[in-house]
Design a protein around this ligand. Structure first.
Ligand SMILES: NC(=O)C1=CN([C@@H]2O[C@H](COP(=O)(O)OP(=O)(O)OC[C@H]3O[C@@H](n4cnc5c(N)ncnc54)[C@H](O)[C@@H]3O)[C@@H](O)[C@H]2O)[C@@H](O)CC1
Ligand SMILES: Nc1ncnc2c1ncn2[C@@H]1O[C@H](COP(=O)(O)OP(=O)(O)O)[C@@H](O)[C@H]1O
Ligand SMILES: [K+]
Length: 487
């Protein structure tokens, strides 16, 4: 698991080392790690043109020290100081000693011919969008030829939330220090951060336990254990699906198929799309009766394509009245938003899987801070909330949160969410803790999207088809497709 630490948590850990007089050492570790990543990205230092955008704080100091290391290896480094009087004095001296040039925001910044641009405007000390001068150069960097690399956090991105209020530096890579900050992997900030490289500066022993995490393939593999010699079709967890309708059987077929393909023990289906499900999945046990007629299950998935009329409402209420884990998706979300008490007060886990428009039906739009929004609704309903998006967020009522690290925008296709709820129901039937299990389902769904999309545009049924291969590959470990790396 990769812990996501807020700016305050990072500062608290740094304070321990600063109190021990290690300030210089911390910044040197950060700058050296940064220079190493830059060298790797450039492929060579000698003759490379590098522009540093340097703000008045320690973030600018990191950029200056890293620039000095690159200059010492023959790079042609120009530092643009936004506030010449307050630029980090030791960093500036080091850059000058190494032969780097220094200019102001109106000076010859070299951006039009740069091979690499380092954004040291602001780091975790930043507030709000970039100010005018910085915004103008960030824009030129984004449209210029140089590879854009953010120091610690892309300037203008809120390190804690990923919110971007105004202009921000668009980085292709972000080299971050001590811990990955949530704002690099969630919300708008994710798009500005690009690939995240984590540099270890020795903070780990002093960091408070993270309240938000990203799962890796290895974490998710623990949810995908193959059956053992004593297992039978029941012992692996039976999932029940109430979804679809006679007119719209597609959602039921996708959801049931995804559940079967994730953990092929036993899937039961109850509802009016029974004929369609039978035809598509002879392996499923199907009834066109009520959930209670389906037989025993260990978890329910309710919602995709089931409608929101009185019959659908009574089916949902029957499922939510059980003491089993329930996934509430799609039409079931619409009904739960109308009647939140259907969910509040349940003792067994409930996982709600809204996208932004479904989330808003519960009263408040998602806004720029997706983790806090998911936490708020989770606490209000006493349920796990899986808020879908390009980086899906999962929050538990106690504030534990996960940000998904897998996926592709190709997943924005009709029926993709029905597949996710089938995968999730199937994993929940094993009885593992609901929030981490929901995060594991999002991870697996995202991986399936990446694998399916490697061949071209995808349909939701392609996701179902590649699920067994995806499970096999995630079990096999290896995070080659993940968005960030250790530096
Ligand atoms: N504290 C430490 O020992 C370490 C700090 N490190 C670096 O230091 C950074 C934090 O440094 P600071 O606390 O000095 O703060 P920053 O350098 O992140 O930002 C503070 C400066 O930015 C200005 N600023 C704030 N918002 C702005 C905006 N929207 N537009 C333009 N300017 C804005 C402020 O006026 C202030 O001058 C980290 O992100 C990291 O890069 C690393 O060197 C590791 C060690
Ligand atoms: N731009 C995107 N990048 C990555 N994943 C996305 C993107 N858009 C949607 N997704 C994912 O695709 C799925 C879509 O679900 P949903 O909107 O419920 O689809 P549907 O209702 O058509 O089944 C979610 O898992 C979501 O996280
Ligand atoms: K920065």
């Amino acid at each position: 698991m990769i812990g996501l630490s807020t700016a305050a948590e990072v500062r608290a850990a740094e304070d321990v080392l600063l109190a021990a007089g290690r300030e210089g050492a911390l910044m040197q570790r950060a700058a050296t790690g940064l220079a190493v990543v830059c060298l790797r990205l450039l492929g060579r230092a000698h003759g490379a043109r590098v522009t540093l955008l340097v703000g008045a704080g320690n973030n600018g100091g990191d950029a200056l020290f890293a620039g000095a290391q690159l200059a010492a290896r023959g790079a042609r480094v120009t530092a643009v100081l936004f506030d010449a009087d307050r630029a980090h004095p030791a960093g500036l001296a080091a850059l000058r000693r190494a032969g780097g040039r220094v200019t102001g925001p109106e000076g010859p910044d070299g951006l039009d011919r740069a091979d690499l641009v380092l954004d040291g405007i602001v780091g975790i000390g930043g507030r709000g969008g970039l100010r005018t001068e910085a915004a103008r150069l960030a824009e030129r960097a984004a449209t210029g030829p140089g590879l854009t690399v953010a120091v610690d956090v892309p300037s203008g991105v809120d390190a804690d939330t990923g919110a971007v209020e105004g202009a921000a530096f668009a980085a292709v890579h972000t080299v971050t220090f001590g811990a990955v900050k949530p704002g690099l992997v969630v919300g708008e900030g994710r798009g500005y951060a690009g690939t995240v490289h984590l540099v270890d500066i020795g903070l780990a022993p002093h960091l408070a336990p993270a309240r938000a995490h990203q799962l890796t393939d290895a974490d998710v593999a623990a949810h995908l254990e193959p059956p053992g010699p004593t297992d039978d079709k029941y012992s692996r967890g039976v999932v029940g699906v109430v979804a679809g309708s006679a007119v719209y059987p597609g959602a039921a077929v996708l959801c049931t198929g995804a559940a079967l393909r994730t953990r092929p023990g036993l899937v039961r289906y109850a509802g009016t799309a029974a004929d369609g499900v039978r035809a598509a999945w002879p392996e499923a046990i199907v009834t066109d009766g009520r959930p209670g007629d389906a037989g025993r299950v260990q978890a329910w998935v309710a919602g995709p394509g089931m409608g929101t009329d009185d019959d659908a409402r009574s089916v949902l209420a029957e499922v939510l009245a059980t003491d089993l884990p329930v996934v509430v998706d799609a039409d079931a979300l619409t009904m739960a938003a109308r009647e939140p008490d259907l969910v509040r007060g349940r003792t067994a886990p409930t996982v709600l899987t809204p996208h932004d428009r479904e989330f808003e039906r519960f009263g408040v739009p998602v806004g720029g801070d997706r983790i806090s929004s998911a936490r708020r609704l989770a606490a209000d309903l006493g349920a796990v909330v899986l808020l879908k998006g390009d980086a899906t967020v999962v929050a538990a009522p106690d504030g534990t949160a996960f940000v998904n690290a897998t996926g592709t925008s190709d997943l924005a296709t009709a029926g993709s969410g029905d597949v996710l709820s089938g995968v999730l129901g199937s994993l929940l039937a094993a009885g593992t803790p609901a929030a981490e299990t929901a995060a594991a389902a999002a991870h697996l769904h995202g991986r399936a999207g990446q694998i399916a999309a490697a061949r071209g545009p995808i349909l939701a049924s392609d996701l179902v088809r590649v699920l067994p291969d995806t499970v096999g590959r995630v079990r096999g470990g290896g995070d080659a497709l993940l968005g960030h790396s250790g530096a």
